[in-house]
Design a protein around this ligand. Structure first.
Ligand SMILES: *Cc1c(COP(=O)(O)O)cnc(C)c1O
Length: 451
């Protein structure tokens, strides 16, 4: 028998500490209990259907209920639910997925280090790039440059790489050897500069920082191709090629954190393939298994893997669940679904153009939308009083908008007053119409209340 909702909420409140949550406020409101998923929809405990405009937490790329993933997990659980990759051991799913992932970049990124999550993968990046420069006889090359408002995960290392002030303030972070430059947030900067010029100017901060620290002290630069948790910040087209040029010019490793942008989110296996740059290392997680089971890792380019595989001895790093066979089997099945259902081309040629047109139209119809931007299946609406003027923070307009979305059967996320979507890649035109129609109605309500 199903427990009744208030009972579930009570037990949740009494024993469960949720991530990134004000426990007292949540306890007062009560949690939403999600019970079931199918396609792009989820159902809560009371049977209410919601269009999942966020793919869970940016991860359920192939949608809910995909049989090949479920079967792959079941088969692997029956055959070998666990074995490790320590002490000269490995498993077939780990081998096959590593090979498959390398193949997604024509083996330019030739090797994979598996982890259990994106945070662990970014911690691994810190270890890897410092180890790389040690092995190259330059142990003093250890500082990593990142960006304000970046999100790279929540472990001590990953949160330090990230540029989230509230996280730093609660944890005496960042740890030593990690510094931050500005993000390429054109709307947020409220500048009259053309986006292309703005992109180059913000990228030039990387060069200034490298020169200030001395290139012989800098190990790497890390960035999300498109910032996710920071508010779907899409850099101008000039930004990434210039960042890559600067990294090459000063012999700095380039890390792309593709935890959100990988596996079809931008209509390619990886966003760097679309944005025109070649990273030395790539962080992945989330969409690699469409979130069906935890898995993350680092794709390691030849430059780094060749040094690691030379005479350096043991790389003293790893996790119990590195290369977990069930997770890797699900990852393989997930990549196969993306390929079989031609989801990359579907995003690029079919869904993105259609969604993009409707998304821009929202900004034309609603004065409270200061900017509508979208790349691949990552979109944001900037809610404003007028022009680029923000609402008073205390009004919590974004949060209110998110709650209204739920009331209208749509999951959107609010980052401050920036409303975000990242729907599953299997979404159809009809379902996009449904999504847009819901957002349209919600925006009318929000405008009535706040404008
Ligand atoms: C979610 C996320 C992470 C952290 O992944 P976890 O699996 O939650 O540890 C890292 N980087 C980016 C860009 C993310 O969006």
């Amino acid at each position: 028998m199903m427990s009744d909702l208030t009972d579930l909420q009570r037990r949740d409140r009494e024993h469960h500490l949720h991530p990134f949550t004000d426990f007292k406020a949540l306890g007062a409101r009560g949690t939403r209990v999600i019970s079931r998923g199918d396609g792009i929809y989820i159902w809560d405990h009371e049977g209410r259907q919601l269009l999942d405009g966020m793919s869970g937490l940016w991860c359920v790329n192939v949608g809910y209920g995909q049989r090949p993933l479920i079967d792959a997990a079941t088969r692997q659980l029956e055959t070998l639910p666990y074995y490790n990759s320590f002490f000269q051991c490995t498993t077939e799913p780990a081998i096959a997925l590593a090979e498959r992932l390398a193949g997604l970049t024509d083996e330019r990124l030739s090797h994979v280090f598996f982890t259990g999550s994106g945070s662990e993968a970014n911690d691994t990046q810190i270890r890897l790039v410092r180890r790389y420069w040690q092995l190259n006889g330059k142990p003093e090359k250890r500082t990593i440059i990142s960006r304000t408002n970046a999100y790279h995960g929540s472990t001590i290392g990953a949160a330090s790489l990230g540029g989230m002030k509230p996280m730093h303030e609660q944890g005496e972070l960042p740890i030593a050897g990690i510094v931050h430059i500005d993000q390429p947030y054109h709307f947020g900067a409220q500048t009259n500069e053309a986006p292309e010029d703005f992109g180059l100017r913000v990228a030039s901060q990387l060069e200034e920082k490298i020169l200030a620290l001395g290139a012989d002290a800098v190990a790497a630069f890390i960035g999300e191709p498109v910032q996710g948790a920071g508010g779907v910040i899409i850099p101008p087209a000039t930004y990434w090629p210039e960042v890559a040029r600067i990294c090459r010019a000063h012999d700095i490793l380039l890390i792309a954190d593709e935890v959100i942008t990988g596996f079809g989110r931008l209509g390619h296996w990886f966003a760097h393939q679309r944005l025109g740059f070649e990273p030395d290392l790539v962080t992945f997680a989330k969409g690699v298994t469409s979130g069906y089971i935890p898995l993350g890792g680092v794709l390691v380019g030849k430059r780094v893997s060749q040094v690691l595989a030379a005479d350096g001895g043991e790389f003293a790093h790893g996790f119990t669940y590195s290369g977990h066979p069930v997770a890797c089997a699900v990852g393989l099945a997930n990549l196969q679904v993306i390929e079989d259902q031609e989801l990359l081309a579907n995003v690029r040629e079919e869904i993105e153009p259609y969604l993009c047109a409707g998304w821009s139209a929202l900004a034309d119809r609603h004065a409270i939308v200061g900017e509508a931007r979208l790349l691949g299946l990552m979109g944001a609406l900037e809610l404003v009083r007028q022009g680029a003027e923000r609402f008073d923070k205390s009004l919590n307009v974004g949060e209110r908008c998110r709650d209204l979305c739920i009331e209208h059967g749509l999951v959107m996320r609010a980052v401050g007053d920036t409303m975000i979507i990242a729907p599953p890649l299997i979404i159809t035109r009809t379902q996009i119409d449904e999504l847009l129609e819901k957002v349209d109605r919600v925006l009318t309500h929000v405008a009535d209340q706040f404008a």
